[in-house]
Design a protein around this ligand. Structure first.
Ligand code: PGA
Length: 255
């Protein structure tokens, strides 16, 4: 069975001292949580301290972006082996904010996915449609090609080495969460697409998250859907109490 992953994408929040305060609170809260994997994605400058602080705990650390080259004259970029050294277990690739503001394309997403897999870092690959595309019923026509292009020439052994996050752009930071049924429908189709590209076994092992305005009061319903294997949380992950409540959704009665 796929292990649920609750991932907190801090975006450009929490400097080093704020990061340390967060973990002072958060580590105690999640100490006894069972049956979920918890990962935090701090800004680059906080990664090292976050990794040191969480070493020996159940909390995993990931980065929010990466470059595909090993090293070189790429001012301002961070390579996969630099992330490995931290160590980062995960990296978010192709978040819609990077696609929108920093010219991330399906091609660069694919290069990054292939590069990090070589280092044993698990990519959390983000896909999703904007409001206009949703209203024009184009969701799957947008999302499934994003999935295919991200996985071009990507060899998978079990499917456990990658994670997808379906994040409808209109739901990110807007307070408008997709209905669990709508999220389930898209995620089910992403899984089918992976089955077409690989096989059923691999498709059943790939974890596919939902992201977009996930909060303590809507997590339960989302996690009840068959194909939703966790969530990627932005705003509500910066505060230890609210992120803990999301991580502890099972204790709210959901199995
Ligand atoms: P949000 O962001 O939870 O603030 O909507 C989600 C994301 O961008 O990953």
């Amino acid at each position: 069975m796929r292990r649920p992953l609750i991932a907190g994408n801090w975006k450009m929040y929490n400097n080093v001292s704020e990061t340390l305060v967060f973990f002072d609170n958060f580590i105690k809260l999640v100490e006894n949580l069972e049956g979920v994997e918890v990962a935090i994605f701090p800004p680059f400058t906080s990664l090292w301290e976050a990794a040191k602080k969480t070493a020996g705990t159940k909390i995993k650390i990931g980065a929010q972006n990466v470059h595909w080259e090993e090293k070189g004259a790429f001012t301002g970029e961070i390579s996969p082996n630099m992330l490995k050294e931290i160590p980062c277990e995960y990296v978010i690739i192709g978040h819609s904010e990077r696609r929108q503001y920093f010219a991330e394309s399906d091609e660069t997403v694919n290069k990054k996915v292939r590069a990090v897999l070589k280092h044993g870092i698990k990519p959390v690959i983000c896909v999703g449609e904007n409001l206009k595309e949703r209203e024009e019923n184009l969701t799957l026509k947008v999302v499934l090609p994003q999935v295919r292009k991200a996985l071009a020439d990507v060899e998978l052994l079990s499917g456990e080495e990658i994670v997808f996050a379906y994040e409808p752009i209109w739901a990110i930071g807007t307070g408008k969460v997709a209905t669990p049924e709508d999220a389930q429908e898209v995620i089910k189709n992403i899984r089918k697409e992976i089955e077409t590209l690989y096989n059923k076994n691999i498709a059943e092992n790939v974890r596919i998250l939902y992201g977009g305005s996930v909060k303590p009061d809507n997590i339960k319903a989302l996690m009840q859907e068959r194909d939703i294997d966790g969530v990627l949380v932005g705003g509500a992950s910066v505060d230890p109490q609210s992120f803990y409540k999301i991580c502890a959704y099972k204790e709210q009665g959901v199995e």
